[in-house]
Design a protein around this ligand. Structure first.
Ligand code: ADP
Length: 542
């Protein structure tokens, strides 16, 4: 603050009863080192007060002879930190109740009776100024705090924007990778079904398939990390059967475990047949990650997946008899891209993302994950989640089994709207395997035109296409159907975008379902079958 401004804020504004009184007061205050300024009228006092003052010294006559309302408004308009002292010189003699009331109506004032006791008078003004100085101190402190809060807010906004940009970049890159991956994985599925195949050809195709799938897993992991960091993961709470989930995970890993002659078992006695409310998809992801690590890092012995209830929650532990982890490294393994030591990648592969994702997801769901281990003595990873037991729904909710139904001829004709030739080949071959015939449109506009012929039982609609994209084409079809009272054709969106919003955009545009690329034949068949057999959908003669 400048000296001039400080002087301004320290000054005592004086509206004396007479000019002579004013001169005397100014002399007295100045001789005591107090800065002061004479005003000619109450409106002038009000103006100056708004510009800044240490205290105000007024004579009662001026205040009561008009302008009191103006002073009252100025006093009320003060900011929260401000409470300027108003010192009123009252005439000799007793004060009437009416006078006191009128003054109180204007604001809080310190009354000093004339003739004044000089020592008292100067002390009162000094203490008012000290008070005022503290108020200005608070004002400056608040201004500084506001400035800091503003700077912090800007920094957070910048960081969020950076994070957002990173997530968008990842989403775009992953889209670009998933598109050709759909062709690689899809075609390797198709090749695996062709015959005759020599033993070597079969091996090459198997390798192609597993390599494609591990590349896809890596992309999914990277996307998950980005989503967890950007807060873009939505957690659901639905009833599910915990023992069943754990058995499914174990059966998925049983081939790998038996290849290494490991005993892989599930102990879910305590939760057998019980239902819990939580996010089974995310829990499956976590347990799969922990159990496949356990199988990966165990050469001999066993892997046990155990679950029990604990207070108002559940505890799932994965225990193995493998290589274990050095005590010094155990805290680091939950960090991104961190492996216990540099030989791990060479020996076991992996990226060091799995545990970071497990931790991120567990914490998002309000739980905790801990690891206990000693080098050479196996490891136990324990996940605790605050998921309560709920009554199970009537009838068991089963997941759609990933089985491929044997081809049945003449199930009807599908319209495939897709511009990327390798993916046309994949989707067309899958659909033909299921027993459908397929017509292809190369963009949304063509798809709308072909749909009007009325030949199709269902549309597989790529989302990103030139000229008219899949969302626009779907809207056009739905508008036309509504306008002409036509039956709704089932539409499945296909996109290589794996972010949460992609599905919502498809459904909002009027699609019935959505499948993300790359997809397996089983995934696609399950979706087509579900829609064509759904009530209100089009039934197809088998
Ligand atoms: P990745 O397995 O891809 O390397 P993770 O994040 O899943 O990445 O694991 C990080 C590291 O933690 C692993 O590289 C390994 O060093 C250690 N680790 C994880 N699980 C186990 C386990 N069951 N036994 C021994 N070490 C483990």
């Amino acid at each position: 603050m400048t000296d001039a401004a400080e002087t301004y804020e320290r000054r005592v504004l004086i509206l004396p009863p007479t000019r002579k009184d004013g001169d005397m007061t100014v002399r007295l205050l100045r001789s005591n080192g107090i800065v002061c300024e004479i005003c000619d009228s109450l409106p002038q006092v009000c103006r100056e007060l708004e510009a800044g003052a240490g205290a105000v010294l007024l004579s009662q006559e001026h205040v009561l002879s008009g302008g009191g309302a103006n002073l009252r408004d100025v006093l009320r308009r003060q900011p929260q930190w401000s409470d300027v002292a108003v010192i009123l010189l009252t005439p000799p003699g007793p004060d009437t109740a009416t006078t006191i009331d009128r003054l109180a109506e204007i604001g809080h004032m310190t009354l000093i009776k004339r003739p004044v006791q000089l020592a008292n008078f100067v002390t009162t003004i000094r203490s008012a100024l000290r008070d005022r100085e503290r108020q200005y101190g608070i004002r400056d402190y608040l201004a500084e705090r506001n400035r800091q809060a503003e700077a912090l807010k800007e920094a957070v906004e910048r960081a969020n924007a950076g994070n957002q940009a990173k997530s968008e970049f990842l989403a775009n890159v992953s889209h670009e990778i998933r598109t050709p991956m759909n062709a690689i994985i899809g075609l390797s599925h198709i090749l695996a079904r062709s015959s005759p195949l020599s033993a070597n050809q079969k091996k090459y195709i198997d390798t192609l398939q597993t390599s494609g799938e591990s590349l896809l897993m890596l992309i999914n992991d990277l996307l998950d990390v980005a989503k967890i960091e950007a807060g873009g993961i939505e957690i659901e709470t639905i009833p599910f059967q915990l023992d069943r989930l754990l058995t499914e995970v174990a059966s998925m890993l049983s081939v790998k475990a038996s290849e290494k002659t490991l005993v892989l078992s599930v102990d879910a006695v305590d939760v057998a047949g019980r239902w819990f409310a939580g996010d089974p998809t995310r829990l499956r992801q976590i347990v799969t990650n922990l159990a496949s690590n356990a199988v990966k890092f165990t050469q001999a012995g066993s892997v046990l997946i155990r679950a029990r209830r604990d207070g108002d929650g559940i505890v799932v532990a994965v225990k193995d008899t493998g290589v274990g982890i050095d005590a010094g490294k155990i805290n680091r393994i939950f960090q991104k891209f961190t492996q216990a030591d540099s030989t791990i990648t060479r020996q076991y592969g992996g990226t060091g993302l799995g545990l970071a994702i497990c931790k991120g997801l567990t914490e998002l769901m309000g739980g905790a994950i801990v690891a206990e281990s000693r080098a050479g003595e196996g490891a136990t990873f324990t996940v605790t989640l605050p998921w309560v037991e709920v009554p199970g729904p009537d009838g068991k909710a089963g997941s759609v089994p990933e089985s491929v139904i044997e081809p049945r001829a003449h199930l009807g004709c599908l319209l495939l709207a897709e511009d990327h030739a390798p993916n046309v080949l994949v989707a067309r071959t899958f659909a033909e395997m299921f027993g459908y015939t397929v017509d292809v449109a190369e963009d949304g506009r063509q798809a709308v035109g072909m749909w009007r012929t009325g030949r199709y039982v269902l549309i597989l609609m790529d989302v990103q296409m030139p000229t008219m994209d899949g969302l626009q084409a779907t809207r056009a079809i739905r508008d036309y159907e509504r306008g002409h009272g036509l039956k709704r054709i089932p539409i499945i969106g296909m996109t290589a975008h794996a972010l949460d919003g992609a599905r919502d955009r498809c459904i909002e545009a009027g699609m019935d379902d959505y499948i993300s690329k790359p997809f397996s034949p089983g995934d696609l068949q399950a979706k087509i079958t579900r829609l064509l057999n759904a009530p209100g959908g089009i039934s197809v003669d088998a």
